[in-house]
Design a protein around this ligand. Structure first.
Ligand SMILES: NC(=O)c1ccc[n+]([C@@H]2O[C@H](COP(=O)([O-])OP(=O)(O)OC[C@H]3O[C@@H](n4cnc5c(N)ncnc54)[C@H](OP(=O)(O)O)[C@@H]3O)[C@@H](O)[C@H]2O)c1
Length: 337
């Protein structure tokens, strides 16, 4: 049986969710994929947990839950770039928060991993939106895989669906709801007739919205995801600065009520062809009228027709599904070669 070694960089919500799913599915992976997947390093901002034979996932998750990761016997004072370079592994999971202005620390992590001969799976939007051409070219030059399904639409397998099943198609347009926080707020405003401020406060209390939700509300997060879809599926070469962005900050309960009276809901829609993110009127029975934190993406293709994908756009376990789908995809290639 082949052993596949992972380095996890960034041990927050998605890092922990990925380890939880790996723990639950370890036997399945052995039986179905014929691979023994081991996590040999977990990098945090100030150090790294290292065990060449594979960390004990149970003990690591328990230590993290108790806030005692740094007391774990495998903890070392080693920064992430050093760990990526020096620790023997097959795949680096880059799961850090992205700065949309610089793409760091993700760009440096991804480049270092590829330069050191390691495949990369990331959930981090910023490096892929900012440096798509450069990073994919580097991966290709090195004969390695760079996978990023979790960067758009959380659990929705849109990028892999295109790559695995739709490549014969020409995709004419991609549009949809790509931000769960703003969709939750608009749904709440529409169903309960509350103000944006009240809906946002509730989203924050429920842990749906971040403490600083400005990129969700002002449309930047949707624009970044739109860029990833445009470049990776439609072969465009755009940056998020090419997108005209209008968020939901000015939507009032009156506007939502008026839309409702005419049989519409207001949704924050990203549209690749229009290079635009903006609140739009969506008919009540349209596939894009999804509620709460759900995301919905539509692809117009020349052969398969129009496809709609609906699912969880975030969440630690749901997003881990996409992260691990990419890992499995790489493992299959490793077995073939
Ligand atoms: N949460 C979701 O549902 C979701 C869904 C899809 C995609 N994503 C994306 O996935 C990524 C991770 O999200 P998350 O929710 O897991 O974020 P998170 O909870 O903030 O976790 C990120 C982790 O990375 C660590 N980190 C920051 N800089 C680092 C560095 N230089 N080296 C090593 N570790 C570093 C952070 O440490 P500190 O806490 O010490 O800073 C934190 O533990 C983000 O890019 C996010 O946009 C998230």
């Amino acid at each position: 049986m082949k052993t596949v070694k992972l380095i996890v960089v960034g041990f927050g919500t998605i890092g922990k969710g990925t380890l939880e799913v790996l723990r639950a599915k370890h036997r399945d992976l052995m039986e179905k994929q014929g691979c023994d997947v081991r996590v040999v390093a977990i990098c945090e901002i100030d150090g790294t947990l290292v065990n060449g034979k594979g960390v004990n996932i149970d003990s690591v998750l328990k230590a993290a839950a108790a806030g005692k990761l740094r007391d774990h016997p495998d903890w070392k004072n080693m920064k992430s770039l050093q760990a990526i370079e020096e620790i023997e592994a097959d795949i680096v999971l880059e799961l850090t928060p992205g700065d949309i202005k610089t793409g760091e620390p993700g760009i440096s992590h991804i480049k270092k991993a590829l330069e050191c001969g390691k495949h990369v799976v990331t959930s981090n939007k910023s490096p892929i939106a900012l440096k798509f051409q450069e990073l994919t070219a580097l991966a290709e030059k090195k004969g390695l895989k760079l996978r990023y399904e979790a960067t758009v639409g959380g659990a929705i397998p849109i990028i892999n669906l295109y790559r695995d099943s739709l490549e014969i198609n020409k995709v004419g347009s991609i549009y949809g709801i790509l931000n769960g926080t703003s969709n939750y707020i608009l749904t709440k405003m529409s169903e309960e007739d509350v103000s944006l401020e009240t809906a946002l406060k509730e989203a924050q209390e429920l842990g749906i919205a971040e403490r600083d939700p400005s990129y969700d509300i002002n449309g930047t997060d949707t624009a970044v995801k739109l860029v990833i879809l445009a470049n990776s599926i439609m072969g465009k070469k755009i940056s998020y600065k090419d997108i005209s962005v209008k968020g939901i900050q000015d939507i009032t309960p009156d506007a939502i009520e008026l839309a409702g009276k005419h049989g519409f809901v207001i949704k924050l829609v990203g549209d690749v062809n229009g290079l635009e993110v903006s609140p739009r009127l969506v008919p009540l029975h349209h596939p894009l009228n999804v509620s709460g934190t759900l995301n919905a993406v539509m692809l117009d293709t020349d052969i398969a027709g129009t496809l709609t994908l609906i699912g969880h756009g975030a969440g630690k376990i749901q997003t881990a599904s996409s992260v691990l789908a990419d890992v499995i995809d790489i493992m299959k290639d490793m077995q073939d070669s």
